[in-house]
Design a protein around this ligand. Structure first.
Ligand SMILES: C[S@@+](CC[C@H](N)C(=O)[O-])C[C@H]1O[C@@H](n2cnc3c(N)ncnc32)[C@H](O)[C@@H]1O
Length: 272
């Protein structure tokens, strides 16, 4: 029986427990959407003191649907650019590099804050080819791990809403100007959710809130060399993938409420 690990995370780092908790619930369900086989064994090894995670039970389908779409976009990149490079920013305790099957010819770099990478190293036995880089995306350090000659995918799930706007744009600029061809796949939240996040009890308890929200005109203005390939409302996707078929019409109706349409969207951009 593998030993358990004490995980003492605060601020945005603690939110990785929420997404891992939801992936585990999905994996244990009768008809999983993502079916992450690593979520339960990793979760079972964690000792933590973040209470109230049950409050996220209603968000399981949304969060694992987001992961499934980003896995799909990652697989597409790996098959188009098997000798490229993936920057998995804000990786948390996600098993994505194991789920998507990284070809040996592709570079894969996991990046998250030092306290998270320390836990990630203890809980996952990742192949040496999956590089583990400790650093905040708001700092310069992690960029030295990036190969500037390779076509690059940035996959950032549940990250940019925790990062100040200037740092989000600087990260995008860095990848766009620092690699020969870039694809960016990420989720973004609506401005009203930033206010709502301040009242989310578990966020308050760990000391975090959303800091950046989606403004399509501003993003287009700041990054004129990027072309949007996909812009998906998570509600539209969940209403198609929700295993409880009876819930689908309700989700679809909720997704037509303008505020919900934009609550969380998945974006894929490419250079050129
Ligand atoms: C909601 S969790 C998502 C984790 C993982 N992507 C997943 O889907 O399970 C947010 C993650 O973003 C990371 N994060 C927040 N701010 C960051 C920063 N400035 N630099 C790097 N990672 C950051 C946190 O440490 C945490 O792991």
């Amino acid at each position: 029986m593998p030993s358990t690990e004490k995980v003492d995370l605060r601020g945005a780092a603690a939110t990785l427990l929420m997404t891992l908790y939801m992936r585990r619930l999905d994996a244990r369900s009768r008809r999983p959407i993502l079916g992450d086989p690593w979520a339960e064994p990793v979760w079972d090894r964690i000792e933590h003191d973040v209470h109230g995670l049950w409050q996220f039970t209603g968000d399981v389908s949304t969060i694992v649907c987001r992961a499934a779409i980003l896995d799909g976009w990652t697989r597409e990149f790996l098959s188009a650019e098997p000798a490229g490079q993936v920057l998995h920013l804000g990786c948390g305790l996600d098993s994505r590099p194991l789920r998507v099957g990284v070809p040996s010819t592709c570079r894969w770099v996991d990046v998250d804050q030092p306290e998270v990478m320390e836990v990630r190293r203890r809980l996952y036995d990742l192949p040496d080819s999956i590089e583990q880089v400790a650093g905040s995306v708001t700092d310069d350090g992690w960029w030295s791990a990036v190969d500037p000659t390779l076509p690059t995918l940035v996959v950032a799930e549940g990250l940019f809403m925790y990062v100040p706007a200037e740092a989000v744009h600087a990260t995008v600029d860095r990848v766009v100007s620092g690699t020969p061809a870039a694809t960016l796949a990420f989720d973004a939240v609506a401005p009203w959710t930033v206010r709502a996040s301040r009242w989310t009890p578990t966020f308050r308890a760990v000391g975090t809130e959303f800091r950046w929200s989606w403004n399509p005109a501003e993003f287009a203005h700041r990054h004129p060399s990027l072309t949007e390939r996909d812009d998906i409302s998570i509600y539209d996707e969940v209403s198609l993938r929700e295993p409880r078929v009876w819930l689908r019409p309700l989700l679809s109706a909720a997704g037509h409420v303008p505020a919900m349409q934009d609550a969380m969207r998945l974006h894929r951009f490419t250079t050129g």
